[in-house]
Design a protein around this ligand. Sequence first.
Ligand SMILES: *Cc1c(COP(=O)(O)O)cnc(C)c1O
Length: 366
Amino acid sequence: MSVPYADLHLQYDTIKNDIDAAIAAVIRDSAFIRGPYVEAFENAFAEAVDVKHCVSCANGSDALYIAMTALNLGEGDEVITTAHSWISTSAMITHAGGNVVFCDTDGSTYTIDPAAIENAITPRTVGIIPVHLYGQPANMDAIMTLARKHNLWVVEDCAQAHLARYEGQQVGTFGNAATYSFYPGKNLGAMGDAGAIVTNDGDLARRMTMLARHGGLTKHQHSVEGINSRLDGLQAAILSAKLPYLSRWTRARQVAAAVYDVGLNQIEDVEVPNIAAGRSHVYHLYTIQHPRRDQLAAHLRANGVHTAINYPVALPFLEAYGRLGHRPERFPNAHRQQSRILSLPMFAEITADQQKTVLDLIRAFA
Ligand SMILES: *Cc1c(COP(=O)(O)O)cnc(C)c1O
């Protein structure tokens, strides 16, 4: 049996009528840019994540750029983020005019280590971007305590963590703002690019809306120089059609993760995801560690099981950050993990048989 890493078409098959009707409605109304479908999704998503305002935009990377720009990030300002994420998190700091300051992860949850943040704070630090990586919330208590103590803003990168909770509270509601990606493979995915920023701060929401729409809220009245970062009507309608299923899909991911946890528990050399107390993990990815990661991945691949590495090189060691001259000793956890991590097939519709195939192969490898 071959097991895909993810299966987007399977999800479409289960809700085909909803999706087809949503697309047909937007075409019928020619509501391609902004309009009622975009507004309806913004309202529904704000409600789903327990926040007052949702500003939609073109993708999760723009969301980060818009949030930081609206928070007045300026030349030479330092922004602290994690060494272990997708490159958008740090690249957008640079594009918004700031200097990236990387911190190591905590060694057990793949999220930023609050102790490392404290060491990295300087008089030029203005903000922190924690990433709820793979779907597990970062240590928001410690991060918000540091932010209050040093008067820093916090933008949560929730691109992999739709509906995840920390101490019962939704991620995305702790910081000044939070960014989401609806890239097709994310837990809530569009059929193209899409993103959003959420916040409880009405003034910040207004500035972010302006920035995403050419710098003005009214046609031809440009208060600032903005960008064009719009969610289009088709993607908004598709996302609205999928949103009611998100809780169910999230639970299905959590059930599948529990099956992996139990099945992998006794297998030598396999390290399953560690969940810190008080955190609910939504398993955008189910990532294990293994000392012979590449051989294990090749063994799985040869037997029809597709895996991925998220990510093979930690951010400080990418060529894009060569100018910073970072050395492995400064990021021991991120550096150690980059050669050990392996993401197993994970999607809401994965079957017991598919998971058994994966588990049997990993057991055979051991
Ligand atoms: C996907 C992702 C982004 C970027 O989102 P896009 O919609 O692809 O621009 C940013 N941060 C993280 C952690 C992501 O996983």
